[in-house]
Ligand binder design. Sequence first.
Ligand code: NAP
Length: 285
Amino acid sequence: MIIKRLTVIGVGLIGGSFALALRRAGIVGHITGVDTDTDNIARAHSLGIIDEIAADAASGVSGADVVFISVPVCAIAAIVRDISPALPVGCIVTDGGSVKAAIVSECDTLMPSGCRFVGGHPIAGTEHSGAAAAFPELFTGKRCVLTPGLTSDPVAIETVSRLWTAAGADVCSMEAGHHDRIFAEISHLPHAIAYTLVRAVGTADVEGENVLSYTAGGFRDFTRIASSDPVMWRDIALMNREALLASVDGFSASLAELRRMIDNSDQAGLTEFFTTAKKFRDGIV
Ligand code: NAP
């Protein structure tokens, strides 16, 4: 066993799956859950994801060796502010938020003496939310990026790393701002585009037809992630503002280039454009 007591704040897809994976690995003793959604936390308890429901975050961290926070990113630092006075000495606080620089710098300053914060982001998920969507294999073979900050000492980093490894993830580490720029391109931009595409097509007017009634495999594959939780993606867009704006600008320039080539009936240009994209895509699957 690596830790005796874990507290999970936000027992949804990520928090619930983390708890289930650690339980299955047999490396955690007791798991306390905290969640503002009373139906969700009751479900997490009845499904055996957590052993105990705490009334609020501050009482929930009593006696915890590790606290894992997995709520929408704009709520993470406020939770750390609430629990900070109640954290036991030696406690390690970590999170699963999809944006890191702002969270790590704020949470570092909120750590009381003797406690450590280690930022984390599992690169795994689905378009579903809540404890009922959690499953222990979610992180198997997936990356988990740790973004250590000023209070992350080697022991805390090693403990969080061992937890994610036990959950099945391949752990790597990088600077938080670097993480945010990479994931703006590879995750936040694709989600923004998927939502934009569905919204644009859903409101398109083609001689009064409901265009969405004609969707088939391609549209559904491409837009699966637009069924993700809107609050989660609102928060990610707000918190990774600068990096996401740069990604959106880069994408808009590419789309404008494509538009120009279509407008000019540029056969060679279009062939090169699609061929380059296909090569990148074929290289990742
Ligand atoms: P989720 O399934 O919606 O679970 C989050 C839970 O936290 C919900 O039950 C929510 O309740 C609760 N909650 C919200 N604010 C809270 C607060 N202040 N105190 C206590 N509980 C609170 O979300 P998720 O998909 O697990 O995402 C959690 C985090 O993981 C996010 O930071 C996200 O960026 C990150 N992440 C998600 C994915 C993914 O694919 N889903 C992948 C990697 C990382 P309400 O519904 O009532 O708000």
